[in-house]
Design a protein around this ligand. Structure first.
Ligand code: SF4
Length: 387
């Protein structure tokens, strides 16, 4: 039987810069099926398209050999594109870490790119959670991705804050960073067990819908495990409350970027604390139903002379104990950045803080700085071509 010529019904999927269509990357299999059905094609073509974009990582419509040639040509003629984000620049650290400048299809120059990081050895931040009860042969590789271009939260120790918020990333732009990095690193999904952290540029819970849509894409379409994903928030309470309602089989683990032992210091270094103080954050976190063996992570940046004293360690231990949460603390020695007037903690102060928390019975890990020489380490991400 001769193939019927494809009839695409033009849909109003345009971007804000006018005219051209939104990328297909970011639509899940059901949405793609609806698009194809609207074009007079059978629904299973949508599933084929999803398979091609999210499992085979094809990046151009003409490459999708499971679709009829006429349909591919029609799509291209009508201006559709897969439009997956691309790695425009890569910076390599002496420790094997890579930082990427990732560009997005059709964006205005202002919000054109964000950053992602690949850490082949991880940084120790994944230690001590539910995943380390699994087989020991898994790779510790970690991908760190951005949820926004810039950030509005204004943490005083963070280089990204200097950009201010430029824009939210779409679900396809968030998930696309992951696929771009996995493809570059030849990761075999389902065989290599990499970790994924939403800890790059931006506050994921201030871009909640797109962040969670990206997670669903990564779990359902790309095939990644949500148990190997961690989202870090500065403590956006309404976001934590929404997160508590997500089904546990598609949500990442939760990390709270605590960084201070009390509200006085936190108000100063994270002004967002004046809106949602520590007690409110913890009350919201308590409402998140946890999976068996799952723990909440408290991320704690040690700023020399500001948050790294022994009395701060004891206060953090009390705070974690009183929270009643199954929790661990990840310590991060602050990474310097241009124009930020904090000091790195001394190695002795980091060791003493770590020891005190252990003595207090708190599970604690030190995150190793990765990619400092290329500004890829925690708090250092800022779109820059200088490195
Ligand atoms: S630490 Fe995170 S939440 Fe705070 S300003 Fe930087 S990117 Fe935003």
């Amino acid at each position: 039987m001769r193939e019927k010529p494809a009839q695409l019904v033009p849909l109003d999927v345009t971007n804000s810069s006018g005219g051209s269509r939104e990328p297909l990357f970011g639509l899940d299999a059901d949405s793609l099926s609806r698009l194809l059905v609207a074009a007079g094609e059978p629904a299973f073509r949508g599933k084929q398209m999803a398979e091609a974009m999210y499992r085979q990582w094809l990046s151009e419509i003409p490459e999708i050999s499971t679709l009829p040639v006429t349909l591919r040509e029609k799509f291209v003629a009508e201006g559709w594109k897969i439009g997956r984000p691309v790695i425009a620049r890569a910076f390599q650290s002496v420790d094997g870490t890579e930082r990427y400048l990732i560009e997005f299809e059709g964006s205005t120059p202002k919000g054109k790119s964000a950053e992602a990081v690949w850490m082949p050895e991880g940084d120790g931040g994944e230690a001590g959670d539910e995943t380390d009860t699994e087989a020991k042969d898994w790779s510790r590789a970690t991908v760190c991705i951005s949820s926004q271009v810039g950030c509005a939260v204004n943490c005083q120790f963070c280089l990204t804050a200097k950009l201010g918020l430029q824009r939210n990333l779409t679900a396809g732009e968030i998930a696309g960073q992951v696929v771009a990095v996995l493809e570059r690193q030849s990761v075999r999904v389902g065989r290599d067990r990499e970790n994924l952290v939403f800890m790059g540029m931006g506050e994921p819970f201030l871009n909640y819908d797109n962040f969670m849509a990206a997670v669903r894409l990564l779990v359902r379409e790309v095939g990644l495990s949500p148990r190997r994903m961690t989202v870090s928030t500065s403590g956006i309470v309404p976001g934590i409350e929404r997160f508590a309602l997500e089904p546990t089989n598609v949500r990442p683990k939760l990390a709270i970027s605590l960084n201070a032992p009390n509200n006085t210091i936190r108000d100063e270094i994270m002004p967002i604390n004046r809106k949602w103080p520590i007690s409110e954050i913890i009350a919201a976190v308590r409402r998140v139903p946890l999976r068996p063996r799952e723990r909440i992570t408290f991320e704690y940046v040690l700023l020399g002379g500001v948050t790294d004293r022994p009395e701060h360690a004891r206060e953090v231990a009390r705070l974690v104990r009183r929270s009643g949460l199954p929790a661990k603390v990840n310590l991060i020695a602050w990474n310097p950045g241009p124009g930020i007037a904090y000091a790195m903690p001394s190695p002795e102060a980091v060791a003493a803080f770590h020891k005190l928390l252990i003595e207090e019975g708190i599970p604690v890990y030190i995150r190793q700085p990765r990619g400092r020489d290329i500004f890829a380490a925690c708090g250092q991400l800022k779109r820059t071509l200088e490195a």
